[in-house]
Design a protein around this ligand. Structure first.
Ligand SMILES: *[C@@H]1O[C@H](CO)[C@@H](O)[C@H](O)[C@H]1NC(C)=O
Ligand SMILES: *[C@@H]1O[C@H](CO)[C@@H](O)[C@H](O)[C@H]1NC(C)=O
Ligand SMILES: *[C@@H]1O[C@H](CO)[C@@H](O)[C@H](O)[C@H]1NC(C)=O
Ligand SMILES: *[C@@H]1O[C@H](CO)[C@@H](O)[C@H](O)[C@H]1NC(C)=O
Length: 310
């Protein structure tokens, strides 16, 4: 009896285990707050915001709510279903939800069941042509330097697309990882390849350039920016930079004027920064929605992984 039970149940257990590990959720894959339509499958369902910016252009489209799937090794396997919420002055709620509690958990109704975490807003120093006053409010404070001209600007950054800003919170990077992170300091792609953007967390944390340990800068990475803004192509030279990690970002979109954006570069965590809890230090993650695809990868060189420096 027992042996036949084992004989039959063991493979079954293995199969169950195997499927438990690769279990995917089905998600709404569409644009809009109450949208339904296509379906995608991934490690997590997401309901997020998309508001592409490009330095001196302010906003090209109103914020779009994008629903879709997120997968990849950059995401931890045990993220609790949750929504992060912030309130605009006009009382409108803005939330980004991650979930895998059930199929279609990124629906508007279903999202109400998830744990809520408030997104903190900080007051930051604002200096530069983009500023309306000497202080601004945002989810992150920024300090951006054009390394060729030495010009710098300080300001505020809110998340503009799923995945990216959270990944780069508490770091300095070359080039800026999204068009929302470079304000007016660099007005073309060639300069952007030499522009460093630091994003810190805390009131006035951008009063001075955030510090990082130069010892950490160990990787030599490819750096470039290629963007297609409604048919206008911007391409930087291919250069290299030094940092703690190498990153790549690829965005394809049919929403708004930013049609594609590809960049590679270096990032280094600033002193005391903590990685967002749902993310692993290296790996790729991909967000897919009907009209938007965002892929982001962070890697370290083989030597560093081997030496367990991370
Ligand atoms: C979304 O649906 C809710 C009810 O489920 C409704 O109150 C709300 O007005 C809808 N929003 C939009 C933008 O259609
Ligand atoms: C960021 O969002 C907050 C809250 O909605 C808003 O008050 C602030 O002006 C925004 N900052 C930027 C730089 O867009
Ligand atoms: C940069 O490298 C890519 C290949 O990765 C190549 O297609 C492109 O032409 C290069 N650009 C310049 C300006 O050298
Ligand atoms: C790491 O990323 C850099 C670009 O950022 C790329 O050139 C390199 O091939 C990547 N290495 C691995 C192992 O993926």
């Amino acid at each position: 009896m027992l042996s036949s039970f084992l004989l039959f149940s063991l493979p079954l257990l293995i199969i169950i285990n195997f499927f438990a590990k690769i279990e995917a959720v089905k998600c709404h894959d569409c644009v809009g707050i109450n949208c339904t339509g296509q379906i995608c499958e991934g490690d997590y369902c997401v309901s997020g915001h998309y508001l592409p910016k490009w330095g001196f252009f302010l906003e090209w489209i109103e914020t779009k709510i994008v629903k879709g799937c997120m997968s990849g090794k950059m995401l931890k396997s045990d993220i609790q279903s949750q929504c992060e919420t912030t309130f605009h002055q006009n009382g409108m709620k803005k939330s980004t939800c991650f979930c895998n509690s059930e199929d279609f958990c990124n629906g508007e109704k279903e999202s109400e069941k998830h744990e809520i975490q408030d997104i903190l807003l900080f007051t930051c120093i604002c200096k530069g042509e983009h500023c309306k006053s000497p202080k601004c409010v945002g989810e992150l404070c920024s300090y951006v330097i054009n390394q060729k001209s030495g010009e710098y600007e300080q300001g505020c950054v809110n998340s503009s697309m799923p995945l990216i800003e959270r990944r780069f919170a508490g770091s300095c990077m070359i080039p800026p990882a999204t068009g929302a992170m470079h304000h007016w300091v660099s007005k073309n792609a060639i300069d952007l390849a030499y522009t460093e953007s630091c994003l810190c967390v805390g009131d006035n944390c951008n009063a001075d350039k955030p510090k990082y340990d130069v010892e950490k800068e160990k990787m030599k990475c490819d750096a470039f920016i290629r963007a297609n803004i409604f048919g206008t192509k911007m391409i930087s030279q291919n250069v290299t930079c030094i940092g703690e990690y190498c990153f790549t970002i690829d965005i394809d979109s049919e929403l708004g004027l930013l049609r594609s954006f590809n960049t590679a570069g270096c990032m280094t965590f600033i002193e005391g920064a903590e990685l967002a809890e749902e993310l692993n230090p290296v790996g790729c993650a991909k967000f897919h929605s009907e009209n938007l695809e965002v892929k982001s990868c962070l890697n370290v060189s083989f030597e560093r992984t081997k030496n367990k420096v991370i």
